[in-house]
Design a protein around this ligand. Structure first.
Ligand SMILES: Cc1cc2nc3c(=O)[nH]c(=O)nc-3n(C[C@H](O)[C@H](O)[C@H](O)COP(=O)(O)OP(=O)(O)OC[C@H]3O[C@@H](n4cnc5c(N)ncnc54)[C@H](O)[C@@H]3O)c2cc1C
Length: 415
């Protein structure tokens, strides 16, 4: 809730105007929608206290990308701050913003715009949930290798804006590796597209990447195209408990060095190691036999993806430093790591100083510690992001170009 000087504002319950479905056009740009009438939504409250008006953010759910873009331009015009909201799964990530006149929810932008099974590409609106997208792909024997924590309920736009990844990052990389096109509503009211619907886009500036992990500070992602992957012929999960953490780390190295390495490999603070192998049945069974670990149901990955402690951080460091950084976590800490990717998620149960210490060690190793969620006081004390990057000045200039009035998610990201 924001406390702001009183000023006239439009009622949030505005006409949503139009709703769209996909109208394919020739060319490689993202498919564009055609429009249909649709009703309005989105109430907000306000009450007077002396000379100020205390307002909850106006909640709005545009039904089309065009409508959303027009709303951004309007907000820029009256200098209202805008917080884009997808699935709300990462709403505590970043610094507490303090301002937020309008919450622009993307949940009505939830259509599959185009899926070419043969070309293995899909274009979707940004408010579609990852689960809905996977269900469409599953019918074609395909999938998007994204398995973020704090699932279910992530939207594609939210995942791109936060750049969250899960255990499958080990084999498939992050969304930047399979995102091939993006459309963004900019604060000037324009819809900008970058990339397209084909895998081979190599010329020109790669503007897509600007919006990955930008936390919605440059614009609102309204659609995205991905190359997708065939479901593996065989998908087998094995686990091994360990008495000592040192033995568990050794096991992870052994698994990662297999001729067919795991698609995902997770190490837990209790010494358990979980590995997932994708491939032909013969190759996968051979790897699993060689490892000698116990087979378990692949549903363990779904349970794993539900993890989201009240206070948690993602630490990313060069792979070879991960074990040392994990050893620097407070005694008895709960964590889970992706040793092959150099990432550990830490469930923070200690005070601000312990976070500062681990962050200092991570940054000294040229890595980072980012708070994914934490009580407001901890976020205020240690900050969500850590030391400013050397590219800060460049980021400021980009922010100034994309969002000169500064309406997009003010105070949440480093710029
Ligand atoms: C027959 C064919 C097959 C192809 N197959 C593939 C494929 O399999 N996979 C794939 O990924 N791509 C493929 N492509 C795409 C091709 O690789 C790209 O078009 C190419 O890499 C970009 O080079 P260009 O000659 O098109 O553009 P260029 O003229 O090289 O321009 C590239 C970029 O540099 C800029 N630029 C050029 N000259 C200057 C300059 N002097 N100063 C500043 N900026 C400059 C341009 O504005 C543009 O943004 C194919 C293209 C063709 C024609």
């Amino acid at each position: 809730m924001g406390v702001q000087p009183r000023r006239p504002r439009r009622h949030a319950s505005r006409q949503a105007g139009t709703r769209s479905r996909w109208n394919p056009e020739p060319g490689q740009d993202l498919p564009r929608p055609v429009t249909q009438a649709d009703p309005a939504r989105g109430p907000h409250r306000s009450c007077r206290r002396g000379q100020v008006v205390v307002t909850a953010p106006a909640v709005e759910r545009p039904g089309t990308a065009e409508e959303l873009a027009a709303r951004l331009a309007e907000a820029a015009g009256d200098r209202s701050s805008v917080v884009p909201v997808g699935g709300g799964r990462a709403s505590e990530m970043g610094d507490a913003s303090g301002r937020g006149d309008v919450e622009l929810h993307t949940t009505r932008l939830d259509r599959v715009l185009e899926h070419s099974q043969a070309d293995m590409v899909i274009s979707v609106e940004a408010g579609i949930t990852l689960e809905a997208l996977q269900a469409v792909l599953a019918e074609a024997g395909q999938f998007l290798p994204l398995d973020p924590f704090n699932s279910p309920g992530h939207t594609i736009g939210g995942l791109l804006a936060t750049a969250w990844t899960g255990p499958l990052r080990l084999h498939y990389g992050s969304p930047r590796d399979f995102l091939i096109g993006i459309r963004v509503a900019q604060p000037d009211g324009r819809l900008a597209s970058a990339g397209g619907r084909v895998v081979k886009n190599v010329s020109g500036y790669d503007l897509m990447k600007l919006h990955l992990g930008a936390m919605g500070t440059l614009g609102v992602i309204v659609a995205a195209s991905f190359k997708v992957f065939p479901k593996p012929l065989h998908d087998l999960t094995v686990e091994a408990p360990h008495e000592s953490i040192a033995d568990a780390w050794t096991s992870t190295e052994r698994a990662l060095a297999m001729p067919l390495p795991p698609a995902a490999l997770e190490l837990f603070s209790d010494g358990r190691v979980l590995a997932r192998f994708f491939g032909s049945p013969g190759a996968v069974e051979r790897m699993v036999d060689e490892l000698g670990w116990k087979k378990v149901e692949s549903s363990v990955w779904v349970e794993h993806s539900h993890r989201a402690p009240k206070a948690w951080a993602r630490i990313a460091v060069p792979r070879h430093d991960l074990q040392r950084i994990v050893a620097s976590l407070p005694a008895g800490a709960h964590w889970w790591a992706s040793p092959g990717a150099g990432i550990v998620h830490w469930a923070i149960a200690t005070g601000a100083q312990s976070v500062r210490d681990v962050r200092a060690a991570s940054e000294a190793a040229h890595g980072s510690l980012v708070l994914l969620a934490a009580p407001p006081e901890l976020r205020r004390e240690v900050g969500a992001w850590g030391s400013p990057p050397p590219t800060l000045e460049l980021m400021r200039r980009l922010k100034q170009v994309f969002d000169p009035v500064g309406i997009m998610n003010p105070g949440r990201f480093v710029v």
